[in-house]
Structure formats: structure tokens, C-alpha cells
Ligand binder design. Structure first.
Ligand SMILES: [Mn+2]
Length: 358
């Protein structure tokens, strides 16, 4: 209930008397509810959890007792609208980036008062993790570390990228993952130059470089790690860029700390790549936060003036991609601290791992 109380406090300070929360991760964060198709209405100091018949019993077990559990009569959004209309408040805030067109029109057309979109109202609280959230993330990280060591013994020439992804996902589930935090990336050979090459039917061959980017979920919390490995000997150019990417990644992991601005960190990570004139080949963000979502704010960006806070969990993930040859990316998860952060992912990376095939 602490989290809902904090939202009520923020509402009071901004003179908001009613707020409709429709983002399922925000609903989970505030109530502990792990199901779907449910919304949270914060109205004049009371929290109403609105759901359907499938989730009533589950909600009674998972939710704080102060939250009123409501089974909707004529529709999920309609139930919230009816309560808002009857409450006497003169305006309502809603999550502007969440409703479908259909839900949005049902909401606005039936409301008798004005509606105002808000962005990142609850997400702001989610950025800094509490002890339980850190613990869950650490568990999700342990799963990816174990999976990486397992898959090194499984990968061999002749199997497909999909075989590798399936084995990784099966293994992760068997050791406690609720699923994958995103579609597993296994990109081998020239496909490794696609930063987000989802596993395909391509057969893995001797001399391939392979990017493995994958994540587990533990109690709703995501981990996210990338390692690039080689099947036997690879093009020396790829070994060279492995070293540059590693230098960039280590620079980021060493530098990130409480109070640092996102764009400062972005420049530190990009510097070794820029110095080799390969900045055009690093064509994505340098990292992001993880939590109930796989990509959360703050993002590491050359434009962002957001400052990192203690107990944010960030990924750092530079990459260099050479079309027609291959790509390298290395990604770890780090818990931000006042000084040096705590690197959560432990899988080896200091040398390019070459699987021994002769
Ligand atoms: Mn990532």
C-alpha cells in the first residue's frame, strides 16, 4: 500500500483528485496484481481495482486490503467512467500513452467532466528500485548467467539460430524463469550485423561470430544481457572491434554513478568508438533501465539530461556493426550506487570466447 500512498501524495501536490491507471505494469507495481485486463482508479483518496470475474479471487489474495476490488458491470473503462461521473470531481487524469483508440473514445465520450492525459506519472516511481525489486532482478540475472554457460556447450556448427534460441529459452524456464523478457536474439555470421537479429533458420557455421542477446523474468522483473562469441577462428577485423566495444562497455560500467547525467555517460561510452571513427556503426541507444518492463526510463542518450539515482538498474550496451561482415555487442546490467556501481551480470567477456572446433 506504500506505493499507492506515494502516488496519492504526488496527486495531492499536483491537485489531482482522480487518476485512472491502465498500464498493466503500473497496475502490477502499485497493487501486486499479476494478472491482466484490470485497471486501477485512484479517486478522492480511495483506490478501486476494477477487473472481471476471472480475477476476483486472485485479486483478493494479491492486493492490499485497503484497495476496493470491483467487478465491472458494463465494461472495464465504463465502470471507471461511471464511478468518476458519480464522484463529483471536476476532472480526471489518465495515462496518455496507454489506451487503445476504442478505450479512449469510450472513456472520453462517456465522461461528464474533462480528462487530462499524463505521462510517466507512475513510471517516475518505478525508476528507483527497492530492496525486493533488486532481489528479483538479481534472480533474473542469475538465470541468464547460468544460461550463457550452458549454451556455450550446446552451440556447434550445423544447428540453426532457432535451435540455439529454443535451447536457451527452455533452459531458462527450467531454472526458474517465467518466460523471456523479450524475443531471444541469436544472430550469427553476417546476420550479427543486424543489431536486433531475432533467431532465424540460418545454420551456424565454423568461422561465425554469434550475438546472443537475451533476458529472463523473475517475479515480473527482467534481466537483459548480450554476449558475442566466435565459433572457431573469425575475421581479425571482428576481433579488433570486439576489443573496441569491450573498452566502450567497461568505460560505461566504470563511470556510471549517482548524480551523473545520462548524456555524460553516453559520451563516455561512445568515446572509444568515436576515436576509431566507427561511431556511424554504433546505431542504437547505449543502454536503458530494466524492471517490470524490459526497456524503462531512464535511457542512456546523448540528448538526455536526466541524472542517475542510487538503485536504478541500467544496462550498458555498446555495439559496432559492419554490414556484410558481422557485428559485436556486449551488454551488462548494473545497479547504480553513489560511487562504483554493482555489476549484476557475471558472464565472462574479457576475451572473445572462441568455441573450439577444428
Ligand atoms: Mn538491452
Amino acid at each position: 500500500m506504500e506505493r499507492i500512498k506515494k502516488v496519492f501524495q504526488k496527486m495531492a501536490s499536483e491537485e489531482i483528485r482522480s487518476l485512472l491507471i491502465t498500464n498493466d505494469k503500473n497496475v502490477r507495481y502499485l497493487t501486486g496484481f499479476t494478472g491482466e485486463d484490470s485497471i486501477l482508479l485512484l479517486l478522492k483518496g480511495q483506490a478501486y481495482f476494477i477487473t472481471d470475474g476471472r480475477y476476483i479471487e486472485q485479486a483478493k489474495i494479491e492486493l492490499p486490503k485497503e484497495v476496493a476490488i470491483v467487478k465491472w458491470e458494463s465494461g472495464l473503462i465504463q465502470e471507471a467512467v461511471a464511478r468518476i461521473n458519480a464522484s463529483g470531481v471536476d476532472s480526471v487524469c489518465f495515462e496518455g500513452s496507454q489506451m487503445s483508440y476504442q478505450e479512449g473514445t469510450a472513456f472520453v465520450n462517456n465522461l461528464k467532466i474533462s480528462a487530462e492525459p499524463i505521462i510517466d506519472f507512475v513510471e517516475e516511481f518505478r525508476a528507483v528500485k527497492d530492496e525486493a525489486e533488486i532481489k528479483n532482478t538479481v534472480e533474473a540475472v542469475k538465470i541468464v548467467d547460468k544460461t550463457f554457460m550452458h549454451i556455450l556447450n550446446y552451440i556447434r556448427p550445423g544447428i540453426t539460430e532457432k535451435n540455439v534460441a529454443a535451447e536457451m529459452e527452455h533452459f531458462m524456464k527450467n531454472i526458474g524463469s517465467e518466460g523471456t523478457s523479450f524475443a531471444t536474439i541469436v544472430a550469427s555470421g553476417v546476420r550479427s550485423s543486424f543489431p536486433h537479429g531475432e533467431a532465424s533458420d540460418k545454420v551456424i557455421e565454423k568461422g561465425d561470430i554469434i550475438t546472443l542477446d537475451f533476458g529472463a523474468l523473475y517475479k515480473g522483473y527482467a534481466s537483459d544481457m548480450t554476449r558475442t562469441i566466435a565459433v572457431g577462428e573469425v575475421d581479425p577485423k571482428l576481433e579488433e572491434i570486439y576489443g573496441i566495444v569491450l573498452e566502450a562497455e567497461l568505460a560505461g560500467l566504470t563511470a556510471i554513478q549517482e548524480g551523473m547525467m545520462s548524456k555524460e555517460l553516453d559520451a563516455i561510452i561512445r568515446k572509444p568508438i568515436l576515436e576509431k571513427n566507427l561511431n556511424q556503426r554504433f546505431n542504437h541507444g547505449a543502454g536503458h533501465s530494466i524492471g517490470l518492463d524490459i526497456h524503462e526510463a531512464p535511457f542512456i542518450s546523448g540528448k538526455s539530461e536526466v541524472r542517475f539515482k542510487k538503485n536504478m538498474i541500467q544496462t550498458i550496451e555498446p555495439g559496432i556493426y559492419l554490414a556484410g561482415l558481422g557485428g559485436i555487442r556486449i551488454e551488462d546490467d548494473i545497479l547504480v550506487q553513489e560511487g562504483q556501481g554493482i555489476i549484476l551480470t557475471q558472464s565472462p567477456k574479457l576475451d572473445l570466447i572462441k568455441l573450439p572446433f577444428y
